[in-house]
Design a protein around this ligand. Structure first.
Ligand code: CA
Length: 473
């Protein structure tokens, strides 16, 4: 309770500070996809996927070659970006899908969510005078107290859970409330069309209604997460592909069209120059589920090879950033909160206890150092410590591995036995970081830990991945 009242006073104070110069504040639009493969975008070299609008965003903005999320699965990755910090620091360690949870967990089902004492990116921006909207997949708690409208957003159209059909449900009976499409709070209203398009239409309508004041839109598409559902028209665009690969290509095409629609509206209203548009994706592609591809990265969603958590990451802000910039040092989605806060004119001293950094001086070249020398990931015993380009992976069921990412991007050459001293010092640092974490509020069933590492092994060799993908040619 004490924390909550402190938060209230802080936000009130910031709100009074920020009433001036509202018209100079940039609008912020965060386009977020779900379970897309690192390789499945034109701007990452895909010859199969068609993403002309996102390719344009890349050309006109900044492309990060080492953009990370804070976890290789949906829920925790969103918790990190929403708070600007390692989600393990408030016990949000595991995915929030009740069926995957150990019965020993402190919270299960609808009670698993982003703890209420955590300040969200939307809370901070609201205090700086922004009007905030969230469309799409929430996945940060099903209970009413975790609802987007209780976490700093003024408008919501989407669903609370982790996945659902792209088409309207005809029968509501038996469908849990977290899967129903909801307008603002408790008004369940199925989409009038294909969800990816509908979310973009919602964002476009919001832009039109709020064009004269600073706004923030968190547009979290469920594309291209399962179920594999595309429109007939979009499927026809990919006559040479088969099965799930054809479906994921059509779903990606729809995603790109939706992003394009939002960006075109900015242009039409003359908002383009002072709007920050970010595109990223919540975790690596699960090749076995949606036929997404992460090459040249090895691994997939839910594991700790680069394919699990290195993601497409683009930022465009014409007023500040040079078109066609490529940024090569590692950054994370937890950097977006401080970056947006700074862009919105916030005082960095108001940000409490975060791990992200403001990326603006790094992008403009004013700061030539690395934004992060150290980055960590962790799920249960499995953990990663990246120090500059060295990457330690610790497992529950096998010896640790060590890679030099500057020379071995696909993580094929384990150097652990060659560098025992480095291994030891990195282990020590990882333990030190773990001392700063909370005990997880819920944990994964052991059987799923094994599934995660099995899946990592299936998809860790690029040659075997290519072999696996042949069935879709
Ligand atoms: Ca996901």
């Amino acid at each position: 309770m004490k924390k909550l009242s402190y938060l209230f006073v802080l936000l009130l104070f910031m709100s009074c500070q920020s009433k001036t110069q509202a018209q100079d504040k940039p609008n912020i639009i965060f386009l977020f996809s779900d379970d897309a493969g690192y390789a499945d975008f034109g701007f990452h070299g895909s010859k199969v996927m068609k993403t002309p609008n996102l390719d344009k965003l890349s050309d006109q903005g900044v492309r990060f070659t080492q953009g990370y999320v804070t976890d290789a699965t949906c829920g925790p990755s969103r918790a990190g970006l929403m708070t600007g910090k390692y989600q393990q620091r408030f016990g949000y360690q595991e995915i929030n899908v009740p069926g995957y949870m150990s019965e020993n967990s402190k919270f299960l089902g609808d009670d698993m969510g982003l703890p209420l004492d955590q300040v969200t990116i939307a809370d901070y921006l609201k205090a700086l005078g922004y009007t905030n909207a969230m469309y799409g997949k929430w996945h940060l708690g099903n209970a009413d107290r975790f609802h987007p409208l209780n976490r700093g957003f003024d408008e919501f159209y989407g669903f609370r859970g982790g996945g659902r059909s792209y088409f309207p449900y005809k029968y509501f009976k038996g469908i849990h409330h977290d899967n129903k499409m909801e307008r603002n709070f408790g008004n369940f209203e199925e989409p009038n069309g294909y969800a990816t398009d509908v979310f973009a239409d919602e964002a476009v309508s919001f832009i039109e209604r709020n064009k004269d004041k600073p706004f923030f839109i968190y547009l979290a598409f469920n594309a291209v997460h399962t179920p594999m559902e595309a429109t007939e028209e979009d499927l026809k665009k990919f006559p040479s592909l088969k099965g799930k690969r054809k479906e994921v290509a059509a779903m990606t095409w729809a995603l790109d069209r939706a992003c394009g629609k939002v960006m075109d509206k900015l242009k039409e209203l003359g908002l383009d120059d002072n709007t920050i548009v970010v595109f990223s994706n919540d975790n690596g592609g699960p090749t076995d589920k949606n036929a997404s591809l992460n090459l040249p990265l090895s691994g997939t969603k839910s594991n700790h090879l680069e394919g699990g958590f290195r993601v497409p990451y683009l930022i465009k802000w014409p007023r500040k950033f040079k078109a066609g910039t490529v940024y090569n040092y590692p950054v994370s989605t937890f950097d977006l909160l401080p970056t947006f806060h700074a862009a919105a004119g916030g005082d960095m001293a108001d940000l409490k206890d975060i791990d992200g950094v403001n990326l603006i001086p790094f992008i403009t070249g004013d700061n030539k150092a690395r934004p992060h020398e150290d980055l960590f990931w962790k799920k249960d015993v499995r953990a990663v410590y990246r120090h500059n380009d060295w990457k330690l992976i610790r497992f529950a069921d096998r010896p640790a591995e060590l890679y030099d990412l500057s020379k071995d991007l696909t993580e094929q050459n384990d150097l652990a036995s060659k560098h025992p001293e480095r291994l030891k010092s990195m282990f020590k640092k990882l333990f030190e970081w773990e001392l700063t974490l909370e005990r997880p509020l819920w944990t994964l069933k052991q059987q799923f830990e094994k599934y995660d590492t099995d899946r990592m092994d299936w998809f860790r060799n690029p040659e075997l991945v290519k072999e696996y993908m042949k069935k879709y040619d």
